[in-house]
Design a protein. Structure first.
Lengths: 866, 470
């Protein structure tokens, strides 16, 4: 006997002890697919015959079966299962996971079972047990189908059991190997005029044979009909003819709609009410000529009867069903799956128009497969969480729409007229936002909390520890701006390796060496502006902010810090800056050049004092003030001892003390150089401060053009970024400053010397230092996206005013860059991933997950001076 | 980092005996965090000065610190410690001038209790709390005070003033008294200590302060700052000092400079009471407190058997740790422990863990939310968590006019994004009810002013069984 087993099913072996279930299971299934009650008993009680463990063993067995089926794995139950009560929970588990239960019964003669059991040493129970099992089995055999087993196979002899072959067959809904391209068409409801126009617009050519149009696409595209072909509209028979012909000829697939289901019942002679347009269908069928009417009706009935509830296509990346389908049901088969695919999920209540209140399954959808569906008419195709509803209500005077896959485009034909008045007017969302934007105004804690692993294009499997996501939740909730603006957070940046040269902590040589070691031939050195990092999202209008970002009432963009906080508490100032930027982008022609209505820019905003005012006052200036006051009084006192002729001018240390005494003259010199160093320190921070009374005192230095409509620009090299941004800067030189840069060929010694000199000149002028980046923006592996080389003077405000002192610098040279660098790589990958997801139009939670990840990683403790 | 002690006592050089440091020598002492130098810039019979110059090694200071990533002045190499008179100076005094501080002088014991005209110059001394505090600390002890403030940055005069002073304190007293008082009061003015404050610090304070601290009008602030605001230690210090000083009883109230003046504690009690009453009136059994903070309401709920499961959610995991400690969760008997759960979460995110409670309380939380956050919060609570009852409080902004220190236009807390008038709160409540299918009652909590209403507004929202959400 050949036993076909659906690829995903729960196979329940049924048979008395000694009937050969275990042998059978191991012959036909992988050992991991089989869960045996004996093994469960052994797992729990160290003895597979310990009957006291039976109850727990079955609990365990059911638990494992449930977990396997949830994960979509074929599962075989090896237990006697001769009693109805023991099969019932198994059928239940199969149903819960929308999997077909299959029974394979080993109904072997009693003596065979008995003789097998006698040969086993550990089977001590008497022959009455087998008799009992067989009696139970006999009583069960007829009812297995009624219990819920979709397929029942009974093997009656040893020979039958030995000769049986098993064949795994795909489920009917499994069309993973069909890769398209497809044109998926929404609810037609007998609007054949629009259907013909739509098919032709999509490039299908009709060949008329015997008065019937045979549509076929010259490039081999296939149509998929989402059901509800019938009822309500004017040309139901023609619609059915077109679709049935295409399906029969392999030019189309079709899933059933609820209206087909009702029509089927009518055609089967049942008596459903002729409401919701069924009357029109019957009328149009009845008006067919006598000779063809019955034959046509029969064809329609068998066509509908053969329709599969839903299809899983293109390696599981595409799912089609009339009313949609939740992820747990994709590729599964059960009555409930079919029910869902036809009607969706209803709460059982009705709304004020008398229509069923539908649970919005798409709002909870988290799957990766795109689900295309219809059923509920909407004014515009409705995209939400990788689902799209393309029932644009043609029969109600809307449109007939198709979703082109994999192009992901919509093609629509307007209805020629209103064929049927809708019960509820088709009105757009009152908020003016898309369904996705509206949905995204609330994120879910389950999508960000706990330990998480994020897969990005640049780096797979970035792990966020639970403690870090908790820290990020706090930072995000308390300080961050509206998450809808947060489409990018920049990565941290590591300094170069510590310099070998005595007077330096950082020097370009190490940065150049590192990039050459990473196999990078050319780098771009960019001036590092000393301000505060600012991420800018700017839209052409508030309408664009609503359309692209789903933000209303918050102006035309946002300027935020590298931790997602609002840059300016002064909102009018922020908007004024965005307006200036908008004008500059317009003048530079960038809106057109990039074919966009928004931009995301990575910038430095100057002066430093505008954002760091508090820090400057309480830390930087304060330290300067303290140094000024105390060092001068110390110098005064030391000079006084130099004036005391009677003094023993040798320093002594107390007995046993390790202090190194010095000559008072030396100590005085030492304090004078301390004073000189702290004065330099004051000069350093002062250079980055100027008073700001309004927008005219601000400077913005963009250096990366991260993204615009439809594009993340990390595929372009830094020259492109700098040149494009230079055009922008020339449009408003009062506000925008260009970033000086130098390209260095790392295989050319002269070029490297040039790079070092360039850095020296830059830092001698009081510059913070430079950032070295590989010419290509985005790099894989361990190549840092950027490495900073800070100036010797600048580092006073990082390592301390006097860090250059001979007793400090050598000790500061031991630094550990590994954590910082690893974070930089992971944060870079997450930041780019966030932008790519945003630009692809993915739900906010998918973008937010990455940005949240950057914040989470930033809570990792790292030496803050790096 | 420079302490200069000068006396004009005859003979002035007695100072060197007491200090136990020879006047014709320069001496160096290593102190772990740096080196202390002692020298005499001036020695004569009429005037003698001794300098204690503290040379702090900033690298050692940062490197030697466990948990160096905690926030505080020492996390950065750019900090004022190498330049100021701080707790490091107190340590230096106790090490370098140990005998003088402890009142021993083997060679000239008669000098110990002798009062000298002394001047202590401190360069520079951080005074967090300004010149007023400097006077407040030293004037009651009988010091003459001369203080010159260091400019913060002469180039940016608009940045205001620095907290640093060059200070000269003069008084005729024993050297031991001077050093002891400096030892205690330097870190108090600086309001920072570079080391861990524990039990031994309390002992030290009592030992150093028993003669003069009990009667000091600022003893409260001195104790609190000296013990780094560890309330338990500070209370014990005060108790101990009180025993030795009957005059203490008249200062029961904490000094107003330190006390958060937001509102009398009575209001908070009234608010908590009203919340509990509202929960009981609604017959709520299982309650979740959103924004539970350190668990003040949770404690009341937990002690009341008429409530069942209790949960507290807060966005700060550190606050929750404190709540767990204050509620003594680990010590609760099993049955009690199972009743309560602390959840780290945010009102900005929809959260499955918030469902399944009869009532949610939101006490003094929403005024901390930005507009877009409030929108998210409304949906998180009223659309998804959807408890039968929501009890919510928020300040009545109108009432602020009653408090002189806030004023009609001021806010009660720096972090408050808004403080609604009664009309604003009522209309918000109406919108919530209409959108989500709730009914609301609004009450005033606290002493009611005829024109301005009560200080706190309390809204009780209950799910409307008849009408669904719009």
């Amino acid at each position: 006997m050949n036993i076909p087993i659906p690829n995903l099913s729960l196979v329940v072996l049924v048979g008395p002890s000694g009937s050969g279930k275990t042998t059978f299971a191991h012959r036909h299934f992988r050992s991991t697919e089989v869960i045996s009650s004996d093994a469960c008993r052994a797992t729990l009680a160290d003895d597979e015959n310990d009957m006291s463990a039976t109850r727990d063993a079955f609990e365990l067995l059911h638990f494992i079966a449930g977990k396997r089926l949830a994960a979509g794995r074929l599962t075989v139950i090896d237990a006697t299962n001769t009693k109805r009560e023991s099969r019932k929970p198994l059928v239940q588990i199969a149903r819960e996971h929308h999997v077909l239960p299959v029974a394979i019964v080993l109904n072997l003669p009693e003596k065979i079972c008995r003789s097998r059991n006698e040969k086993r040493e550990n089977r001590t129970f008497g022959p009455h047990v087998i008799r009992q099992h067989r009696a139970q089995l006999r009583r069960s055999l007829k009812g297995l189908g009624r219990e819920g087993f979709r397929h029942v196979f009974v093997l009656k002899s040893e020979q039958e059991a030995n000769e049986a072959t098993l064949e795994r067959v795909p489920l009917w809904n499994d069309k993973r190997t069909c890769h398209g391209p497809f044109d998926i068409i929404g609810d037609v409801h007998g609007c054949a005029d629009e259907l013909e126009q739509l098919l032709e617009m999509l490039g299908y050519l009709p060949h008329r044979e015997g008065g019937v149009p045979h549509y076929r696409h010259p490039e081999g595209r296939r149509a998929i009909f989402l059901g509800d072909l019938v009822d309500r509209g004017p040309r139901i028979v023609d619609t059915l003819t077109i679709v049935m012909t295409m399906v029969a000829e392999g030019q189309a697939l079709c899933v059933p709609g609820n209206h087909e289901n009702k029509l089927k019942r009518k055609l089967q002679g049942k008596n459903p009410s002729l409401t919701h347009g069924l009357a029109q269908t019957m009328e149009q069928l009845d008006s067919l000529p006598d000779g063809t009417r019955d034959a046509f009706a029969e064809t329609v009935l068998s066509f509908i009867d053969g329709l599969i509830s839903h299809y899983v296509l293109d390696d599981g990346k595409l799912v089609v069903a009339h009313a949609g389908l939740k992820e747990q049901m994709h590729g599964r088969g059960s009555g409930r799956v079919r029910e869902f695919a036809l009607y969706g999920e209803t709460s059982g209540e009705t709304d004020e128009f008398g229509l069923p209140v539908r649970h919005n399954w798409a709002a909870d959808y988290r799957g990766r497969a795109t689900v295309v569906y219809g059923h509920t008419p909407v004014p515009e195709p409705l995209f939400l969480n990788h689902t799209v509803n393309i029932d644009t209500g043609c029969v109600f005077g809307g449109h007939l729409s198709a979703y082109r896959y994999p192009e992901r485009e919509i093609v629509s034909i307007p209805a020629a007229q209103v064929y049927c008045e809708p019960a509820k007017p088709l009105e757009p969302e009152p908020s003016g936002l898309t369904a996705q934007h509206h949905h995204d105004s609330l994120l879910d804690a389950a999508d960000v909390l706990g330990k998480r692993i994020i897969h990005t294009r640049l780096r797979s499997g970035i792990t966020l520890r639970e403690g870090n996501t908790a820290a990020a939740l706090e930072a995000m909730s308390r300080f961050a701006i509206n998450p809808k603006w947060l489409i990018y957070l920049p990565p941290t940046m590591s300094p170069c390796e510590t310099s070998q040269l005595a007077p330096y902590l950082e020097h370009p040589t190490e940065a150049f060496d590192a990039y050459r070691t990473w196999g990078i031939p050319t780098v771009v050195c960019q001036e590092k502006h000393m301000g505060s990092r600012a991420e800018v999202v700017v839209c052409r209008s508030t309408a664009v902010a609503a359309e692209r970002f789903g933000v209303t009432g918050e102006g035309t963009g946002a300027i935020y810090t590298r931790t997602g906080r609002r840059f300016f508490d002064d909102r009018p100032l922020e908007q004024a800056l965005l307006d200036r930027l908008d004008r500059a982008i317009t003048e530079a022609g960038l809106w057109q050049a990039l074919n966009t209505d928004w931009l995301c820019l990575d910038c430095e905003l100057l002066p430093w004092s505008v954002k760091a005012q508090e820090l400057l006052r309480t830390q930087y200036a304060a330290v300067g003030a303290a140094a000024r006051g105390s060092l001068s009084s110390a110098i005064g006192a030391l000079r006084q001892i130099a004036d005391r002729p009677d003094l023993d001018l040798e320093w002594t240390s107390a007995p046993g003390d390790s202090a190194h005494p010095a000559d008072p003259g030396e100590l005085l010199d030492r304090y004078r150089s301390r004073q000189a160093r702290t004065r330099k320190y004051e000069e350093v921070y002062r250079a980055y401060c100027w008073p700001v009374s309004g927008i005219d005192d601000l400077r913005l230095a963009p250096f990366h053009l991260m993204a615009s409509q439809g594009a993340v620009h990390t595929d372009k090299d830094h020259h492109w970024h700098l040149e494009t941004i230079a055009q922008l800067c020339r449009a408003d030189p009062g506000l925008l400053i260009e970033t000086q840069h130098l390209t260095v060929d790392l295989t050319d010694p002269a070029g490297i010397t040039c790079g070092v000199e360039w850095w020296e000149a830059l830092t001698a002028r009081g510059g913070e230092g430079m950032v070295v980046k590989p010419l290509a923006f985005s790099c894989r592996g361990s190549v840092q996206p950027a490495v900073k080389v800070r100036g010797r003077e600048y580092l006073r405000i990082i390592y301390g005013p006097e860090y250059t002192a001979a007793d400090q610098l050598p000790r500061l040279k031991s630094r550990h860059l590994r954590t910082k660098r690893s974070l930089a790589l992971r944060e870079f990958a997450l930041g780019i991933e966030a932008l790519e997801r945003f630009v692809r139009g993915e739900p906010l939670r998918r973008v937010h997950e990455c940005v949240f990840g950057v914040l989470a990683l930033e809570s990792e403790p790292v030496d803050p001076r790096l | 980092m420079l302490l200069t002690i000068t006396t004009t006592h005859q003979s002035a050089s007695d100072l060197s005996w007491l200090l136990h440091k020879q006047p014709d020598k320069c001496q160096a002492f290593s102190l772990g965090f740096g080196t202390a130098y002692v020298f005499y810039p001036q020695v004569s019979d009429t005037e003698c000065s001794a300098c204690l110059l503290l040379d702090v090694d900033p690298v050692a200071l940062v490197r030697g610190r466990p948990g160096a990533l905690e926030s505080g002045p020492l996390d950065q190499y750019v900090n004022d410690r190498p330049y100021v008179v701080s707790s490091l100076m107190s340590v230096a005094i106790s090490r370098v001038f140990a005998s003088a501080l402890n009142g021993t002088c083997n060679r000239r014991p008669e000098l110990i209790d002798r009062e000298f005209p002394l001047v202590a110059k401190l360069e520079v001394l951080p005074c967090r709390g300004g010149e007023g505090l400097l006077d407040g600390l030293f004037a009651p002890l009988g010091y003459g005070i001369e203080a010159t403030r260091c400019p913060l940055d002469p180039v940016f005069s608009q940045w205001g003033e620095s907290p640093y002073f060059s200070v000269a304190l003069s008084k005729t007293t024993t050297l031991q008294t001077l050093l002891t008082q400096l030892y205690v009061l330097i870190p108090v003015l600086d309001n920072y200590k570079h080391y861990y404050v524990g039990e031994s610090e309390l002992t030290k304070l009592l030992e150093k302060g028993h003669r003069w601290l009990g009667g000091h009008p600022q003893r409260e602030i001195i104790t609190r700052r000296y013990l780094k605001y560890q309330g338990r230690l500070a209370r014990r210090a005060i108790e101990c000092l009180e025993e030795g000083d009957p005059s203490f009883q008249d200062i029961a109230n904490p000094s107003p400079t330190e006390q958060q003046l937001e509102e009398p504690p009575k209001l908070n009690q009234q608010r908590m009471g009203a919340v509990i009453a509202a929960l009981k009136a609604a017959g709520a059994k299982h309650v979740i407190d959103l924004g539970c903070g350190e668990g003040r309401l949770l404690r009341t709920l937990l002690s009341d058997k008429s409530f069942g499961r209790i949960a507290g959610m807060d966005v700060s995991s550190r606050t929750l740790e404190r709540a767990a400690a204050r509620l003594k969760l680990e010590e609760l008997p099993d049955r009690q422990r199972k009743r309560i759960e602390l959840i780290h979460g945010s009102l900005m995110y929809r959260d499955q863990r918030l469902t399944g409670y009869d009532a949610a309380t939101v006490v003094e939380v929403i005024e901390h939310l930005e507009a877009y956050q409030l929108i998210a919060f409304e949906r998180v609570l009223f659309e998804f968590a959807r408890p039968q009852t929501v009890v919510l409080t928020t300040p009545n902004g109108e009432y602020n006019g009653k408090w002189a220190h806030i004023g009609a236009t001021g806010k009660r807390h720096r972090d408050h994004r808004f403080e609604w008038t009664r009309d604003q709160f009522n209309s918000w409540a109406d919108t919530i009810c209409a959108r989500f299918g709730y009914r609301a009652r609004v009450l005033g909590i606290g002493e009611t002013d005829e024109a301005l209403g009560a200080p706190t507004q309390l809204g009780i929202f209950s799910q409307d069984i008849n009408g669904g959400a719009q």
